[in-house]
Design a protein around this ligand. Structure first.
Ligand code: HEM
Length: 398
C-alpha cells in the first residue's frame, strides 16, 4: 500500500508544464495512494489514468457539495458545507444534476458551437487588432486570453453590450483570487445580482441566446441564475488559462509551433494535445457514498478521493512518452475535461475558442515571442484550482 505524505505545493523549477514530481513518482509506485488530509481526514489520491476514469464513471462516488468537507492543501477544521444552491449542478448528483444539465446539452453540441465560430473569429480579430494597434510588448493574458472567453460567454448568455465592461470587471475580480476578501465578496454579490436581473430581463424579453431559450422550460429564475453562474465559473478561468499557458508552451516548443504554422489542419489535434499536456484543471474530488473496491483497495463510505487529472494524462500506459508535447499524437480520451456525468459541458465551445484563437494569434504575429526569460514568467501556485500563468509578457516585430 502506497502513501503520499502531503500534496505537493510546487512544481519543479524549469518544468512549469509538468505535474509536481511527487505525484508522478506516486503514480510510478501505485495508481492509488493513501493520503492524510491537512485536517486529519484519512483519504486517497488517485494518480493512474484507468483508475481516475473508472472512479469518474462510478456513481457510487459523489460530487455533492455538502460532502466535500476536506481540502487537500488547507486545514479548514471541522466545517459544515451547505448543499449547492439551486441550479449549481456541478456539485450535485443524479437526479438533481440532470434536471439542470439536460436542458443545456442541446445548446452545447458540436453543431451549435461550430455555428458560433464566426462570432469567435470576430471577437478574436477585434482583440488582435487592439493588440497590434497598441504595439509591442503586451501582456497576452489581459490583451487576449481573458477578454476572448469573457466575450464569448457574454454572447452565450446574451449579456447586452453596454453591460459587458462592468460585468467582465466583476467576474475578473472574483475569478482571479488575487483581490482582497472584501472586494471578492462584493464582486461576487454584484455578479449574482446582475445574473438575477439578466434572467428576469430574458424572461420578459427573450433574445437569441442560451439563457433566453431556457426561460421556456419549468426552471425557476433562481435555478437559471445558478446555472448561469456554473457556466461562468466553468468557462472563463479555464479557457483563459488554456489560451495563455498554451501559448507559453508552444513558444517553448518552437518545432511544434512551426509544424502547426506550416500545417493549419493540425489545429484540432494540437488543441487536444495541449489539453492533455497542460491539464490546467489539475485535480478533481469525489466522496464515496458506500464502501467501494478499486485498484485492490477498499475505499470506505464517506472517504474523500482526490483525482489527479494531470498525472492521469501523463500515464505512460495510456500515452507513450507522456512528457513530450507532440501535436501529432492521438491525445483523444484524455481527462482534461473530466469524464462521466460531469464531463465538461462546454468542451466543444472551448475547442472552438482554442482552435480559432491560437490560429489567429500565430497567424497575425509570425514573430511572436516571450518578452522576458522563460523562467521569469509568473506561474499560478498549486493552491489555485486552475493552473496557468498570472501574466505572459510577449513581444513581436512591429
Ligand atoms: C465541467 C474543464 C471550458 C462549462 C468541467 C470539468 C472539467 C472542466 C475538468 C469536470 C469537473 C468535475 O467533474 O468535477 C474545462 C476546461 C475548459 C473548460 C479545461 C477549457 C479549456 C468550459 C467552458 C464552459 C464550461 C467554455 C462553458 C461555457 C462547464 C460546466 C461543467 C464543466 C457547466 C459542469 C458539468 C456538469 O457538472 O455536468 N469542465 N472546462 N467549461 N464545464 Fe468545463
Amino acid at each position: 500500500e502506497h502513501t503520499i505524505a502531503t500534496m505537493p505545493t510546487t512544481r519543479q523549477a524549469g518544468c512549469p508544464f509538468d505535474p509536481p514530481k511527487e505525484l508522478t513518482q506516486a503514480r510510478e509506485q501505485s495508481p492509488i495512494s493513501r493520503f492524510t488530509f491537512p485536517d486529519g481526514h484519512q483519504g486517497w489520491v488517485v494518480t493512474g489514468y484507468d483508475l481516475v476514469r473508472s472512479i469518474l464513471a462510478d456513481q457510487r462516488f459523489s460530487s455533492r457539495r455538502e460532502l466535500m468537507r476536506h481540502h487537500p492543501l488547507i486545514d479548514y477544521g471541522d466545517i459544515e458545507v451547505p448543499p449547492a444552491p439551486p441550479g449549481e449542478f456541478l456539485l450535485m448528483d443524479e437526479p438533481q444534476h440532470s434536471r439542470y444539465r439536460r436542458p443545456l446539452v442541446g445548446k452545447f453540441t458540436v453543431r451549435r458551437m461550430r455555428l458560433l465560430t464566426e462570432r469567435v473569429e470576430q471577437i478574436t480579430a477585434d482583440h488582435l487588432d487592439a493588440m497590434e494597434q497598441a504595439g509591442p510588448p503586451a501582456d497576452l493574458v489581459t490583451a487576449f486570453a481573458k477578454p476572448i472567453p469573457a466575450m464569448v460567454i457574454c454572447e452565450l448568455l446574451g449579456v447586452p453590450y453596454e453591460d459587458r465592461a462592468v460585468f467582465q470587471e466583476n467576474i475578473d475580480k472574483f475569478m482571479s483570487g488575487e483581490t482582497s476578501d472584501e472586494e471578492l465578496v462584493a464582486a461576487y454579490t454584484a455578479t449574482q445580482q446582475y445574473l438575477a436581473e439578466l434572467v428576469a430581463a430574458k424572461r420578459a424579453n427573450p433574445t437569441d441566446d442560451v439563457l433566453s431559450d431556457l426561460t421556456d422550460g419549468d426552471l425557476t429564475d433562481e435555478e437559471l441564475k445558478g446555472m448561469s453562474l456554473v457556466l461562468l465559473a466553468g468557462g472563463l478561468d479555464t479557457t483563459t488559462n488554456m489560451l495563455a499557458l498554451g501559448t507559453f508552451a508552444l513558444l517553448r516548443n518552437p518545432a511544434q509551433l512551426a509544424a502547426l504554422r506550416a500545417e493549419p489542419a493540425l489545429a484540432d489535434q494540437a488543441v487536444e494535445e495541449l489539453l492533455r499536456y497542460l491539464t490546467i484543471a489539475k485535480t478533481g474530488q469525489r466522496v464515496a457514498l458506500e464502501d467501494v473496491e478499486v485498484g485492490g483497495q477498499t475505499i470506505k463510505a464517506g472517504t474523500t478521493v482526490v483525482l489527479s487529472y494531470n498525472t492521469a494524462n501523463r500515464d505512460p500506459e495510456r500515452f507513450p512518452d507522456p512528457h513530450v508535447l507532440d501535436l501529432r499524437r492521438r491525445a483523444g480520451g484524455h481527462v482534461a475535461f473530466g469524464h462521466g456525468i460531469h464531463q465538461c459541458l462546454g468542451q466543444q465551445l472551448a475547442r472552438v475558442e482554442m482552435r480559432v484563437a491560437f490560429s489567429a494569434l500565430f497567424g497575425r504575429f509570425p514573430t511572436l515571442r516571450l518578452a522576458v526569460p522563460a523562467d521569469e514568467v509568473a506561474l499560478r501556485p498549486e493552491t489555485a484550482d486552475i493552473y496557468g500563468v498570472k501574466s505572459l509578457p510577449v513581444t513581436w516585430d512591429a
